[in-house]
Design a protein around this ligand. Structure first.
Ligand SMILES: [Zn+2]
Length: 223
């Protein structure tokens, strides 16, 4: 059983700084959105507090939970979406960060209840894993929403949309989850602009999508 002795202040600080990064990047406004990371070594989840100014949060405001939902350390009311974050860590053991944002172009598609295809752009094919599916509408902060997000994400996608609400992006680490968040929003804007012309895009073949995903896993970046 993880205990408060396992809590790492540097991970509380990572989540605090990531909240500032999210608000400063324009991926959400005011106090909306939420961010967590999961320490796979100890099985602890670190999550932003509910409804606080991201520039005023201090590291000690980041509550810590085990993956069954028990509070291990913290004095704040946590993000209302803590069940969603925990659900993602339980469903996808390879991930360690989860970022929930309200970005404009992604939310245009989420409000239309539409998926965003990844075969319209190379970076989408490389970073998003699978079609970005739009989850069924559920009220914020409910177990139903948490289940809908896990279902929409499936086994391969790194992002999904919350209908009439926003996006959820996951990654092997915080930088990875932010990369997915920014690629998703960029691709959503490209898709919106294509649709605004009344035309459509030329899809990248399944074979080339698979080749790029393999390339990213094995050959892209430094050793
Ligand atoms: Zn939200």
């Amino acid at each position: 059983m993880p205990s408060s002795k396992d809590v790492k202040p540097d991970l509380q600080e990572l989540v605090r700084l990531s909240g500032v990064r999210m608000i400063d990047s324009g991926l959400t406004v005011a106090t909306w959105g939420n961010i967590s990371c999961c320490d796979r070594e100890t099985g602890l989840m670190y999550i932003t507090p509910s409804g606080m100014n991201y520039h005023e949060i201090v590291y000690d405001d980041i509550n810590v939970y085990d993956l069954k939902g028990n509070l291990v350390q913290g004095h704040r009311r946590p993000s209302i979406e803590h069940d969603m974050h925990r659900g993602m860590y339980n469903a996808r053991p390879e991930i360690s960060a989860c970022v929930h944002t309200h970005p404009i172009f992604s939310t245009v598609f989420s409000s239309m209840g539409e998926n965003i295809p990844i075969n319209l752009h190379d970076e989408a094919a490389q970073a998003l894993g699978d079609t970005v599916r739009c989850a069924d509408y559920c009220l914020p902060g409910t177990i139903d929403l948490a289940s809908a997000v896990v279902r929409a994400m499936g086994e391969k996608a790194n992002a999904c949309l919350l209908r009439n609400h926003g996006a959820v992006c996951i990654g092997e680490d915080m930088d990875g989850a932010f990369k997915v968040s920014t690629v998703l929003e960029m691709v959503a804007e490209i898709y919106w602009r294509i649709r605004a012309t009344g035309s459509t895009y030329i899809p990248i073949s399944d074979e080339n999508v698979a080749a790029m995903q393999m390339f990213v896993k094995t050959k892209y970046g430094q050793y």
